[in-house]
Design a protein around this ligand. Structure first.
Ligand code: FES
Length: 166
């Protein structure tokens, strides 16, 4: 076994694992970050999306040996700690307010894809969001998933999405 060092949600971690162990499994099993979910396990659905150095990736396809030294963001890192408990990120709140929970398996991946989209300067524009989400998230819920829901509820979420930019 080899030790791998990287950051997760701003904290340095070190994990001993075979190099080809999936990042998804390392996050869930070695680091107990179970917010990232497995859907297809084949890089098709996007449910396991996390950010590596800001870029959205399917963590089921990434071996841990490829994230040495990288900065990884998972859904657990969106909320901020407070004495009263975690405070939802504005994007999480927008999803909550607009009823965007979906089935629960893909929501963390949708949130991370949306965070990446906004951090990259994406506009809260219906056509642009549809296009971005089709590329990332539309395989799991083709009829009522990410882009369809987000676009349909955009009027409710638009102001919060824009405010949530970091
Ligand atoms: S579980 Fe990784 S893309 Fe579906």
């Amino acid at each position: 076994m080899t030790s791998w060092r990287f950051e997760v949600n701003g904290e340095r971690v070190e994990v001993e694992a075979p190099g080809m162990h999936r990042l998804l499994d390392v996050l869930r099993e070695d680091l107990a970050l179970t917010g990232t979910k497995e859907g297809c396990g084949e890089g098709e659905c996007g449910a396991c999306t996390v950010l590596i150095d800001g870029a959205p990736v399917d963590s089921c396809l990434v071996p841990v040996c490829q994230v040495e030294g990288a900065a990884i963001a998972t859904v657990e890192g969106l909320a901020s700690p407070s004495p009263e408990g975690p405070v939802l990120d504005a994007l999480q709140q927008a999803f909550l307010d607009a009823g965007g929970a979906q089935c629960g398996i893909c929501t963390p991946g949708m949130l991370m894809a949306a965070r990446s989209y906004l951090d990259a300067g994406g506009e809260a524009d219906e056509a642009a969001i549809r296009e971005a989400y089709h590329a990332l998230m539309m395989k799991l819920h083709p009829d009522h998933g990410g882009s369809t829901w987000l676009a349909a509820r955009l009027n409710e979420a638009r102001d919060v999405l824009l405010k949530s930019r970091r």
